[in-house]
Design a protein around this ligand. Sequence first.
Ligand SMILES: [Zn+2]
Length: 179
Amino acid sequence: MVAQAMKQERTAAPGVMMIEDEDLLMAVLNSAPVIRGKPTDQLDGSTGNEILQRFGGEGTEAELLHLRRTRDALQGMIREESDAVEQLTAAIDKAALVPEVTGNGLQWQLDAPADERLSARTVLAWSRVAEQFPGRLRACANTECNLFLIDHSRPGTAKWCSMATCGNRMKARAHARRT
Ligand SMILES: [Zn+2]
């Protein structure tokens, strides 16, 4: 019975809220998966256009190019690479938040060149996640994987992009090493 109760404790924290544009952030961060050992780029070509369309982008080549730059900079930030701050600063330097006064207070509107709006929204989402879930946005612990996760579990010990793929694979590998 006690084990049962503990198990329940360990599942996702109740009332996990979705951050605005969290889905956009994860789609962008996870758009360069390693498939059968080969790095791929889903922000290239038609899959890139699909992502732009899904999140209300402009659908231009320049927009995709900028989004790829932003993705690489954000991945660098999460992996704490040395030039990541500079890269991300450069990627977002034309964006601004402009106040709009409403009866209920200020609303902050994003002002950015059309081709860079989606990138700026992605960076804003990253910033909100970093602020509200410090340390919970991380790279998959499988070093051969290039996917990222937001750990919404209560203890904050999630390590894999997905249990079904990397989690089981890495556990099997650890098990093989022990036997
Ligand atoms: Zn993974």
